[in-house]
Design a protein around this ligand. Sequence first.
Ligand SMILES: [Zn+2]
Length: 245
Amino acid sequence: MSDIELDLIAVGAHPDDVEIACGGTLARLTNKGYKVGIVDLTDGEPTPHSPGPDARLAEAQKAAEILGVALRLNLNLPNRRLFDTFEARVALAKVFRRHRPKVVLGFGGKTVLASPDHHQAMLITDAAVFYSRLSKWDEYFDGLHVHTVTNQLSFTIALHGMEMPEASGYFIADIGSTLNVKIEAIRCYASQFPPHKAGIFKAVETMNRYHGLTAGFEAGELFMTYRSVGVDDLMRWAAPQHAKT
Ligand SMILES: [Zn+2]
């Protein structure tokens, strides 16, 4: 495995989670030259309409190319039986120690009426960020050095409700210029979204246009922060058009 150092890693339970939640933001960051990685904890299979894991993996690689990510890994933990275990935490923490992301994006809260793997992925991600920085424990991590993640943010895949998990606040990342790239990446998953499920594309777009509207953008993705958002220049945040340069 390449030891490339990454600026940001987004963690999903299944290939397509990250695209749906924050594909537009990842595309914007890679456009700006940031090195971005995606970790899928499971292969997501079986699913009702998919030919199998190989097809799903090929879809995930194509989507990763469209988003311009530098690295996509699959930890091959068991789909549908994903649990927050010590082994799963260590497996993900090893990825963080090896690739040293400054920011980690992962699931927040429960996703009732959807796969319980999403909630387990949140627990595993939270623990792995912590395990990544614990000293005097290198024997569990193949001797990889400790790494402190600077910040962790969460996303939801909440197309059916507005309930948000506990967090200090929310913010919207502008994806006006990459909404189309995001939808194209989600469309890679033909096995997951055959014609009778094509409504997902409009649903995701509607959600992103609504989130963007609330922040004055053409489209946006919502993230939760567990740390208070601080401002350097209050005018720049409150009235950017009137801020001094
Ligand atoms: Zn999923």
